[in-house]
Write a protein that binds this ligand. Structure first.
Ligand SMILES: *Cc1c(COP(=O)(O)O)cnc(C)c1O
Length: 387
């Protein structure tokens, strides 16, 4: 049996999405900028996708810029704001638990003269709003706090973040990385009142390598790629027509089915969590107990290594992840778990199970059975686990 419990890393491509993309990978071969009928057909598909993305987050279509994904959107938001608002200031605020796409870009900007404040989070991973209040100043050009965390699922109070920021400096822009939030909770840019927002297709059953940046009308941003008039001359390069069509369909479906899917996914996640609680001793559940993505379950198993659990589960066909370690290829414990104050040993012993709309009870039962065997076996061999 193969069980995929790594839906926060990526999801499968929905058959319906692929079907809608297919013509643009084959027959409708036009460049969306060409003036003939082939070009016009491609261009109207791109326009439709832009409207679908805009409607999904309550934006207007001129506020949507297609990118190659969440990482690019995050990079663009930080670099583009810093570049275009140098006259106003050099200060940026982010949280300590941002995705690497934000963290590494902030580090890069520090080398280019930016001053960056890294906000702490509480034990559930919620950003410290008092620190935010104290940090915003007249030189703050951007605050970037993610809407929901990819490792522990914690949902941030972005509306409050915006209120605090704007009450201190109305010129400070607020960006949110909504890559994990889209499709899991309602994302409305007007309600959140953010200036920029990142999203990605492959976390919501769309294709890999395509995403979007929302940029509120009137907000200045540096160009990302020069060389073509695509994306209103902000990001040149021939448009990935099939990709953006896939993003449009995927986000429309995600929003339409949001409550049904997230209820179903949360139910399965809670069922699996209850099995762990009842059947495995010495575990810690990470993240916020309630303000949390429906898909996310992050658990620390005392006395053993997350990497070993991952490998043994993999042998049994079960896919999970260990914080950021797998993606970075390093054995550093997750910066997110450490920021919540979790001890280093526990951070090393943590596993993220992320559920998706296609997972079943049978899969959860099988995964738990193998998880229990794995944890028992590793603890039997562990020199540090005290029975
Ligand atoms: C996956 C992810 C990204 C990166 O998106 P890509 O489309 O894979 O580049 C950024 N932020 C968060 C929170 C993510 O989960």
């Amino acid at each position: 049996m193969k069980v995929y419990l790594d839906n926060s890393a990526t999801t499968f491509l929905d058959k319906n999405v692929l079907d809608k993309m297919m013509p643009y990978l084959t027959d409708v071969c036009g460049n969306a900028n060409s003036l003939h009928s082939f070009g016009r057909d491609a261009d109207s598909a791109v326009t439709k996708a832009r409207i679908q993305v805009a409607e999904a987050i309550n934006a207007s279509k001129n506020e949507i810029f297609f990118t190659s994904g969440g990482t690019e959107s995050d990079n663009w938001a930080l670099n583009g704001v810093f570049e275009a608002h140098k006259d106003k200031g050099d200060h940026i605020i982010i949280s300590k638990i941002e995705h690497a796409a934000i963290l590494a870009t902030a580090k890069k900007l520090e080398k280019e003269g930016a001053r960056v404040t890294y906000l702490n989070v509480d034990k559930h991973g919620v950003v410290n709003l008092d620190e935010l209040k104290k940090s915003v100043c007249d030189k703050t050009v951007l605050v970037s706090v993610m809407l929901a965390n990819n490792e522990i699922g914690t949902i941030q109070p972005i509306k409050e973040v915006v209120k605090i920021v704007k009450s201190i400096n109305k010129n400070t822009l607020v960006h949110t990385d909504a890559v994990q939030a889209v499709g899991s909770l309602p994302v409305d840019v007007k309600d959140l009142d953010v200036d920029l927002l990142s999203l990605s297709a492959h976390k919501i059953y769309g294709p890999k390598g395509v995403g979007a940046l929302y940029l509120r009308t009137g907000v200045r941003l540096g160009k990302l790629i020069t060389g073509g008039h695509q994306e209103r001359s902000m990001r040149g390069g021939t448009t990935n027509v099939a990709g953006v069509v896939g993003l449009g369909v995927a986000i429309e479906e995600a929003v339409k089915n949001l409550s049904v899917n997230s209820l179903k996914i949360a139910k399965l996640r809670d069922y699996f969590a209850a099995k762990i609680k009842d059947g495995i001793k010495d575990v810690v559940f990470n993240g916020h107990p309630e303000k949390k993505l429906s898909s996310n379950l992050n658990v620390s198993f005392d006395g053993i290594e997350g990497e070993s659990i991952l490998q043994l589960l993999d042998i049994n066909g079960i896919a999970v992840s260990t914080g950021s370690a797998c993606s970075s290829g390093s054995l550093e414990p997750s910066h997110v778990l450490l920021a919540t104050g979790l001890e280093i040993a526990r951070a090393h012993g943590s596993i993220r199970f992320s559920f998706g709309k296609a997972n079943t009870v049978e899969e959860a039962d099988y995964a738990f059975l193998k998880l229990k065997e794995t944890v028992d076996r590793l603890r039997d061999m562990s020199p540090i686990y005290k029975k």
